[in-house]
Design a protein around this ligand. Structure first.
Ligand code: CMC
Length: 430
């Protein structure tokens, strides 16, 4: 088959540039602009609105249809039938595990959950009131200092150990950043427990009493982790890839991803949604908030609404709404006032011309905060939980990049708009 090309012509010359058009297995075709520099041009796309930064076979999103697939499997099927460990295996290895592979994977992750004991002292250097995400950026970055024997991205064995260490230890770091924050003793991971149960144990158990995680709530947390596990080339994943492209060690790369995730336009949105719902306080005030979000002179946005890719319902938001119902029912909180405000806010926004025209729908963060709050998770931990789920995706994406042949350091170009060359002026002449 002949290669399809796209032709660039210029209004002020006869120059013609033909560029190859690449086709993936699903989704939008991509014009390969790599040779443009040799013709004396770069492309301009701040914010990557139309730029594919890599090839990837991990996650596919169709934003218009509201579809999300991990390795080809629809998120709805994974949320219903799978569990977070199995999904992590799938993201990392490309296929669902057999029963034996699943048991081995679970075991390996389980036996990597404990932190180097000296890391406990490292926590103590932080202020008690530090935000858990601040502690996580520091502690995950600090893993580079404690696990130097698995920090070479180009050694396949070290790479694999690093992947396990990150998947297993980030939840321990997240839970301990909370324990440190509230002045409670660190709880060591329990190898008898499943992944989500173990996290709840490390968050809520104390040395003084028995703690048995509620299976319905553990399952709800596990589902939240599945829904957040990967989302192709979002800001934090791209950050991990850019950091990793220089050959930086995996712990530093994931710490960079955590820093990027923290922003309120990305993973910080779940915390921002809950603060917003609390501020609204009553369904009677929803109209006022919608007006504020529509006012162009006001920077306020309806948190948990809108998405760069989804111009339809975020499939994760629909699943999260369902989880919200299940958790609140289990806990006898059907009348939770924040959930009522959220449902009404969604209903009103979805009928409003501004939101319809701009195709703004609830995203994954709109309902996740309500579920997490019902599980007893403090608001300051919401983004940390997103981070521990997304670690699966970050690790898989980093792994895919560093193990691919001929990967290149990420080095974007720019459109320079500063001063042209000028001569230094001695201070008395300025
Ligand atoms: N409320 C009110 N107006 C909005 C909102 C919102 N939540 N989101 C977008 N708009 C408007 C925006 O003002 C702009 O209007 P105009 O064309 O008149 O300038 C238009 O819609 C397009 O918005 P944009 O900012 O150019 O779109 P983007 O693709 O760059 O941004 C977004 C996507 C998610 C950052 C944005 O929708 C937003 O800020 N949402 C609120 C924060 C949020 O919920 N973030 C979580 C995202 S999902 C989880 C994750 O990725 O981590």
């Amino acid at each position: 088959m002949t290669q399809r090309t796209a032709r660039i012509t210029f209004s002020d010359s006869d120059q013609v540039i033909d560029l190859p058009v690449l086709e993936g297995t699903l989704g939008t075709d991509v014009i390969d602009t790599r040779s443009l520099g040799a013709h004396g041009y770069f492309t301009f796309d701040p914010g990557f609105l139309s730029t594919a930064s890599c090839t990837s076979s991990i996650t596919y999103i169709d934003g218009d249809a509201g579809l999300l697939y991990y390795r080809g499997y629809p998120i709805e099927q994974l949320a219903q039938h799978s569990d977070f460990m199995e999904v992590s295996y799938l993201l990392l290895h490309g296929e669902l595990p057999t029963a034996q592979q699943k048991a081995d994977f679970n075991n390996t992750v389980r036996y990597h959950t404990m932190l180097h004991d000296q890391m406990a002292y490292f926590f103590r250097g932080f202020r008690r009131d530090a935000h858990p995400m601040a502690v996580m950026v520091g502690m995950v970055g600090a893993m580079s200092a404690f696990y130097r024997d698995s920090s070479d991205p180009f050694d396949p064995v070290q790479r694999e150990i690093a992947a396990y260490r990150l998947l297993a230890k980030v939840p321990t770091i997240a839970a301990w950043s909370y324990k440190y924050n509230v002045g409670m003793p660190f709880m060591y991971p329990q190898n008898r427990l499943g992944f989500a149960e173990n996290f709840l144990y490390m968050m809520f158990a104390t040395p003084c009493e028995d703690y048995h995680p509620n299976p319905v709530l553990s399952r709800a947390l596990d589902r939240i982790l599945i829904l957040h596990a990967d989302h192709e080339q979002n800001a934090s994943t791209s950050t991990v890839r850019v950091a990793g492209s220089s050959g930086a060690n995996p712990f530093a790369c994931i710490a960079a991803g955590i820093a990027s995730l923290w922003g309120p336009l990305h993973g910080g949105a779940n915390e921002a949604v809950l603060k917003m719902l609390e501020e609204i306080g009553d369904v009677s005030r929803i109209g006022e908030v919608i007006q504020r979000a529509k006012d162009r002179s006001n920077p306020f946005r309806l948190m948990g609404f809108g998405h760069r890719i989804y111009k339809n319902m975020d499939p994760r938001a629909a699943l999260m709404r369902q989880t919200c119902h299940e958790v609140l029912d289990e806990l006898g909180l059907h009348d939770d006032p924040l959930f009522r405000i959220a449902l009404k806010l969604e209903e009103i926004a979805l009928q409003d011309d501004y939101f319809i025209e701009k195709k703004l729908y609830p995203n994954v963060d709109f309902y996740s905060g309500i579920v997490l709050r019902a599980l007893g998770i403090p608001m300051s931990m919401f983004t940390a939980i997103f981070a521990l789920a997304r670690t699966a995706g970050w690790v898989a994406q980093w792994y895919e990049m560093v193990s691919a042949a001929g990967h290149k350091i990420a080095r974007p170009r720019q459109l320079y708009t500063g001063e042209q060359r000028r001569d230094y002026l001695p201070i008395e002449l300025r």
